[in-house]
Ligand binder design. Structure first.
Ligand code: ADP
Length: 296
């Protein structure tokens, strides 16, 4: 097969590992920088071009769309879909999971555990919003934030009100969330491919930080997850309509709570922590799905 890896970062560990795994399984792999793609949208033969050359012959693409280019990236993925190319995460599922609020609403519909979350737009509703999530301490999150940036812990009701008011003043979309204290600054990243968790790690934040993001100085550790955590992670990826996803779970007194589902989970942290190859299962999934799509 000819597989396109849609990434702006050819030098990134994740991109290189996916390319290696494609080649190791006997496929042709091409890294496509979505920023250089432009499209001809028509009803006869939709196409994608790059520097004057039409991209042809692709059987499948692996979208690795960075949060900063979600809109353009998803439009390129969608164009591949219009051309009949299988996408290992389709454009609609990527858009859904990128919006933290939409993602939680979809998870709630499926009865998947999550921290109680509130969303409002009027300053007058702040006191009731804080009560809804169980009062302080609570977590305030920018809807557009990633890698822990824009996630704030407010220790008191007064601090929460001030921070929420400040965000409202800046016209930023925020959600307010119950603080899961017993998670102790750690969470579990489950790497899901199809209907399996292929690897999982515990991420522990640096001393004094409630956020466990590796980009903020957190570190990964191996961990054995429970059957319920496994089931929750797979269900969360399915609820988004994704086939590959990184599910972040908090261990709470009332069981696993999903924070978010990442449509382009990093390979480096999880492979280096667990020693598990997570790239090959993605290529194997593409082999199964792209082939059955072609037969249909
Ligand atoms: P981002 O998408 O920016 O990584 P997250 O919602 O995943 O934002 O939050 C970043 C980190 O903060 C999480 O990995 C987790 O360690 C911590 N965290 C987030 N929400 C909560 C919460 N409600 N209770 C306790 N810790 C939380």
């Amino acid at each position: 097969m000819k597989i396109g890896i849609l990434s702006q970062f050819p030098e990134l560990y994740s991109t290189k590992r996916l390319q290696e795994a494609c080649i190791a399984r006997g496929h042709e792999a091409e890294i496509i920088n979505i920023a250089n793609c432009y499209m001809n949208i028509n009803s006869v033969k939709p196409t994608i071009h790059q520097e004057g050359v039409e991209l042809t012959g692709f059987d499948a693409v692996i979208p690795r769309i960075h949060a900063k280019v979600t809109f353009y990236g998803c439009s390129v993925v969608r164009q591949f879909e219009m051309m009949g190319v299988y996408a290992a995460n389709d454009s609609i599922a990527i858009s859904r999971s990128r919006d933290k609020l939409t993602a939680l609403q979809l998870l709630s519909r499926k009865g998947i555990g999550m921290p109680v979350t509130g969303f409002a737009s009027k300053p007058g509703d702040i006191p009731d919003l804080i009560n809804m999530v169980g009062g302080a301490p609570l977590v305030i999150k920018l809807l557009e934030g990633t890698q822990g940036i824009g996630v704030v812990l407010a220790d008191t009701k007064k601090a929460a009100e001030s921070v929420i008011e400040a965000f409202f003043g800046l016209k930023a979309n925020i959600m307010v969330q119950e603080f899961i204290k017993e998670a102790n600054g750690s969470d579990i990243r489950c790497f899901v491919v199809g209907d399996k968790v292929v690897a999982a790690m515990k991420r522990q934040g640096p001393e004094g930080d409630f956020r466990s993001n590796l980009h903020l100085g957190g570190h990964g550790e191996t961990i054995k997850i429970t059957p319920l955590e496994r089931k929750t992670a797979v269900a969360a990826v399915k609820a988004m309509g994704l086939v590959v996803g990184g599910v972040d779970i908090l261990r709470s007194e009332r069981g696993p709570l999903v924070l978010e589902v990442n449509s382009a989970p990093g390979l480096e942290g999880i492979e280096k922590t667990t020693g598990i190859d997570v790239a090959t299962p993605i290529i194997e999934l593409i082999e199964r799905n792209a082939l059955s799509k072609r037969q249909r």
